[in-house]
Design a protein around this ligand. Structure first.
Ligand code: MG
Length: 452
């Protein structure tokens, strides 16, 4: 069966593979599967109204009532679905992708991203056109709602707001013209911060910067934090489930460091388990252990991390791309919550962000890749694992721990390549390990005569 859902819901280029027909049919499929009352929201993309209204038409046709929350961060809609009695949520967003893209993401009744089993069932309805069609007098009703105020209150209520207010932080926010624009500045101002905004007028053309908050895209923010003498800068991705931080010197802080800072803080406060994918830097585990917690690793993907957190009753979890999950709040990545938490840690610990970062152990990551056809990946990986003997962690791909670091060999889910990551406390060693394992994979491919 052809797949509709990728790793991040259904995505494509507007009016090409992501069009009104698809949104309508997907709306009908989601409505057929869940029934009941369904919430819907969007980020700021130019195609949102087109896709949202098509999806709403599909949902209404199955007899579902639709609650349209308009433009808001993904975690705000997820929080609304979790707190209310809605049966599901639909978010029109392509997260960090370029503006010509858009997507449809389905949220389960508890606010989490939909699991694979349920995606399969919706796909089955979609491809086999097993749509429910309500009678004329049972067509669903459309309601307009506002879900942002409740979300802002929830985030502010989850942190030590008084302590943060005492500090009177100056914060520069770069919402990337995305879904955070109408929400994140208000969270910060409710926490007593002086808020300076950048790219915080919603605009689906993303005129300010690219929607992904990687270092190359946030140089304006880095400069502005320094020039304003601000305490911190925060950049969000297009749907504001991820947040990336800039310290008071204008330095970009990579997501593994923020993940480690919050993980360590939570472990110290509450102990227990921190969940993160197997690709995460060892700086997180080393810091968490020091603070009295332990780390459980999962396959790569935020829904997988969230589900594992539920399963083990984790204290905290997240990814090193700035996606942090606070279980007492909700089981999904939440950029607003991540921002408030970092401010709380700065306030409680009485430290600048750069000082918090300096406490995190330094590791170096080297990345490389080998071309390998999708059909042969499995065979190559099996041969590699066999060659390595017993010492392989198979959580996701193959991870080999050694005295001075680790190597993760992982086939790409979408491209015909096998990725190799190597991490060590010494930079040269990381590079050497990556090269060494690249050679091993290349040898297997050459030996077996695979055309790659
Ligand atoms: Mg996102």
């Amino acid at each position: 069966m052809s797949r509709l859902f990728g790793t991040n819901g259904v995505r494509g280029v507007t009016n090409e593979d992501m069009n009104a027909e698809l949104a309508l049919k997907l709306g009908k499929s989601i409505g057929t599967f869940f029934g009941g009352d369904i919430a819907i929201g969007t980020d700021t993309r130019t195609s949102n109204e087109l896709l949202k209204n098509a999806a709403i038409a599909g949902l209404l046709s199955t007899g579902c009532n639709v609650f349209d929350a308009g433009m808001l961060p993904s975690p705000a809609l997820q929080y609304y679905v979790k707190k209310s009695d809605k049966t599901a949520g639909v978010i029109i967003t392509a997260s960090h992708n370029p503006p010509e893209f858009n997507g449809i993401k389905v949220i389960d009744e508890d606010g989490t991203e939909l699991g694979k089993d349920k995606e399969d069932k919706i796909e089955d309805i979609y491809f086999n056109e097993k749509w429910a069609a309500a009678k004329w007098n049972e067509i669903g009703k459309l309601h307009k709602i506002d879900a942002t105020e409740e979300y802002i209150n929830a985030v502010v209520g989850r942190v030590d707001a008084d302590k943060i207010r005492e500090k009177g932080f100056t914060v520069v926010l770069d919402c990337g013209n995305g879904a955070g624009s109408h929400v994140e500045p208000y969270i910060m101002s409710r926490l007593g911060c002086k808020v300076i905004t950048l790219n915080s007028q919603p605009d689906g053309r993303f005129p300010g910067r690219n929607a992904e908050p990687i270092k190359e895209n946030v140089s304006d923010l880095m400069r502005m934090v320094k020039e304003c003498g601000a305490d911190i800068g925060i950049a969000y991705d297009g749907d504001a489930d991820r947040a990336i931080f800039i310290d008071e010197r204008g330095e970009y802080i990579y997501g593994d460091k923020t993940l480690a800072i919050v993980s360590g803080y939570m472990a110290e406060k509450k102990g227990g388990v921190i969940v993160t994918p197997v690709s995460t830097s060892s700086c997180v585990e080393e810091f968490v252990r020091k603070k009295g917690g332990r780390v459980v690793y999962t396959k790569v993907g935020s829904p997988i991390v969230a589900r594992k957190m539920i399963e083990v009753g984790a204290t905290f979890g997240g990814e090193e791309n700035g996606g942090l999950i606070f279980p007492e709040h909700q089981y999904c990545r939440d950029g607003g919550m991540a921002s408030a938490a970092i401010l709380e840690i700065m306030a409680v610990r009485g430290k600048k962000l750069s000082e918090l970062v300096a406490e995190i152990p330094e590791y170096h990551l080297a990345k490389t890749k080998v071309k390998c056809s999708n059909e042969k990946k499995k065979e190559v990986m099996e041969a590699f694992v066999k060659n390595e003997g017993g010492n392989v962690d198979l959580t996701d791909g193959a991870k080999i721990y050694m005295e001075n670091g680790w190597v993760l060999v992982r086939p790409s889910g979408t491209e015909p390549i096998i990725r190799i990551y190597a991490e060590s406390k010494e930079k040269e060693m990381a590079g050497r390990l990556a090269d060494e394992y690249k050679k091993k994979i290349e040898e297997i491919i050459a030996e077996k005569g695979y055309i790659s």
